[in-house]
Design a protein around this ligand. Structure first.
Ligand SMILES: Nc1ncnc2c1ncn2[C@@H]1O[C@H](COP(=O)(O)OP(=O)(O)OP(=O)(O)O)[C@@H](O)[C@H]1O
Ligand SMILES: [Mg+2]
Length: 560
């Protein structure tokens, strides 16, 4: 088919101009005199129009789509054939497509994403309930009217074109744009509505971050990434994306259709809940006053999702360098802990942390003579130390009343903070901890000998499920479990799901000892690091989606 010229008639429609050309077809703006309106006409490639069988099926498909009546599905007005040219006629929309809107490569504001996503998902849900899978969901097929409303178009066209593939030479065109293709569609296996959910997830990813997750130089390379590359978490591109929203996107983009939302409605419900959650979670930490510290600002830290993606359970004994990024170490050790965690008893308790602190049992200091010199005492009421605080989509460390609250909004994630940049040697640390969340696998405790130049340190932690661990983290290496032969250990001395724990540690003279509620739980020898910063440490747990821990009454004394 030659390009249609302005003024030329196609059946009863007068061509105004060509407005677009997709992989397979050309789209024209045209005038329909009988109705005195402009329309859009999609003209099929001539190779296809020549086939009677194909045009018959195309017409049948156009009729099915024409029956879809939904406020966010573009109406199909007509189907026609003229001089060997097959076409269908749709409502003309003047404001471009979602693709044009995303062209700038910038994330859209959340309220706009919400509006667009909800309209797209509603349209999909309706089509799915009529047994129609879109199969080519992408921003170019989401048209926009002058009020900013979305209209989904090109339903089922991809399927028709695929079925006609022997007649076509432009194989990449059959795929549409690979950036939005589901892994199962890319592998030519049977697809159902969950394939559309994946594509909708990619659109959501793009609106939230400004870019699609998988890009490459060739369509094939992109397709392969959809099939086998791990999804770059949206927070890698947009670190302040709310964790609740990130979780919804990750679920929609599961490689296995069975792990996704099974319906568009389910997807929307999770999305709306994530939006609400994002608001409540964010409002928890109170505003943090400007530090009035005598010490240098302390840097809080948490582990990046990038590191988590490289997660490999590794026995600590190998201690092989795995990454230039020290964030790796915790992952290996914690993966080893998972078995223990999974068999730990689960009991849910509601904590009323404020009155509990006064009941905490003091951990006896190792010297039973005079009270050793206090290096730092902080009940978090005066903001006299300079604890590092942060709030982003992964975690939040901040003051909550007269305590320090560490929240983690994703699974398998670590957050820690230090009160200052002072390097201490031979110290006893203790702190009262309340597991303000309900998960018995949340791990919390203290860290010591944290090296100022990197992330090497010791950490001594327990869980409300009764596990404990003393470990050494060395930048670029797997961590080394110093207790229980490279395993998390379980202790009867640890109360299960206690309302609060007084966690203590001695770090000095080549010995690391863990105390809880006045009892020594474990003691090991290691003198790799002698001096360093001290701090508080929290891990959300391998399979727990979040953690919420309250620290209070921090005490640091000298062991000498
Ligand atoms: N009803 C319409 N009103 C206004 N413009 C339209 C309409 N339909 C399509 N267009 C424009 O024509 C362009 C080409 O559409 P077309 O469906 O042929 O290609 P595509 O969606 O980019 O890719 P594919 O061939 O994979 O569908 C669209 O991107 C859009 O800009
Ligand atoms: Mg299209």
């Amino acid at each position: 088919m030659d390009t249609l010229q302005p003024g030329q008639m196609l059946g009863p429609y007068r061509i105004i101009n060509q407005i677009g050309k997709g992989g397979m077809a050309a789209v024209y703006k045209a005038y329909q005199p009988s109705m005195d309106r402009n329309v859009a006409i999609k003209v099929l490639p001539s190779q296809l129009a020549e086939s009677k069988e194909f045009t018959a099926r195309f017409q049948q498909e156009a009729r099915i789509i024409a029956r879809l009546e939904h406020p966010h599905i573009l109406p199909v007005f007509d189907y026609g054939e003229s001089d060997g040219t097959a076409y269908f006629v749709m409502r003309y929309l003047e404001a471009g497509t979602l693709k044009d809107k995303m062209e700038a490569g910038r994330p859209l504001p959340l309220n706009e994403i919400d509006r667009i996503f909800t309209q797209l998902a509603d349209a999909l849900s309706y089509a799915h309930s009529h047994g129609i899978v879109h199969r080519d969901l992408k921003p170019a097929n989401a048209l926009i009217d002058s009020y900013g409303n979305i209209f989904l178009t090109d339903f089922g066209i991809a399927k028709l074109l695929e079925s006609a593939s022997p007649r076509l030479t432009q194989t990449d065109a059959i795929m549409g744009t690979p950036a939005y293709i589901s892994p199962e569609q890319a592998q030519a296996t049977t697809v159902d509505q969950r394939s559309d959910i994946y594509s909708l997830g990619i659109i959501l990813y793009e609106m939230a971050t400004g870019s699609v997750p998988f890009a490459a130089d060739t369509p094939l390379a992109i397709i392969l990434k959809h099939i086998s590359d791990p999804l770059p978490p949206p927070s890698l591109i947009k670190p302040d994306i709310p964790a609740s929203i990130e979780r919804v996107i990750l679920k929609a983009l599961a490689k296995n259709p069975g792990d996704r939302f099974s319906t568009a409605d389910e997807f929307v419900t999770a999305w709306k809940r994530a939006l609400e959650e994002k608001e409540t979670v964010r409002s928890v930490p109170e505003a943090i006053p400007a530090p009035t510290s005598r010490a240098l600002p302390a840097e809080p830290a948490h582990y990046s999702p990038d590191a988590l993606r490289e997660r490999k359970p590794a026995p600590a004994s190998t201690a092989a360098p795995r990454s230039r990024n020290s964030t790796i170490w915790i992952v290996g050790c914690l993966a080893g802990a998972c078995l223990l965690f999974s068999i730990a008893g689960v009991a849910i308790f509601g904590s009323q942390f404020l009155p509990i602190f006064s009941q905490a049992t003091a951990t006896p200091l190792p010297t039973d003579t005079a009270r050793p010199s206090v290096l730092l005492e902080d009940d978090f009421s005066t903001r006299s130390s300079n604890w590092g605080t942060l709030t982003d989509s992964d975690s939040s460390i901040g003051y909550a009343g007269d305590a320090l609250n560490v929240q983690i909004f994703r699974e398998d994630f670590v957050a820690w903070t230090t009160p200052n940049n002072t390097e201490y040697e031979n110290v006893h640390i203790e702190v009262t901890v309340v597991n303000n969340g309900t998960d018995p696998t949340t791990a919390f405790g203290v860290m010591c000998a944290q090296q100022v130049d990197d992330w090497s340190f010791y950490y001594l932690v327990i869980t409300p499920g009764g596990e404990y661990l003393i470990a050494k983290a060395t930048t670029g290496k797997s961590d080394v479990y110093l207790t229980n032969n490279a395993q998390w250990a379980s202790s009867n001395l640890l109360a299960r799901n206690a309302p609060s724990y007084r966690v203590g540690a001695n770090c000095g003279n080549g010995t690391l000892s863990l105390y809880v509620d006045g009892k020594q739980i474990a003691s090991v020898s290691d003198s790799t690091y002698i001096t360093g910063r001290v701090g508080l440490f929290t891990w959300s747990g391998k399979d727990a989606p979040s953690a919420d821990v309250i620290f209070d009454d921090f005490l640091l004394t000298s062991l000498e």
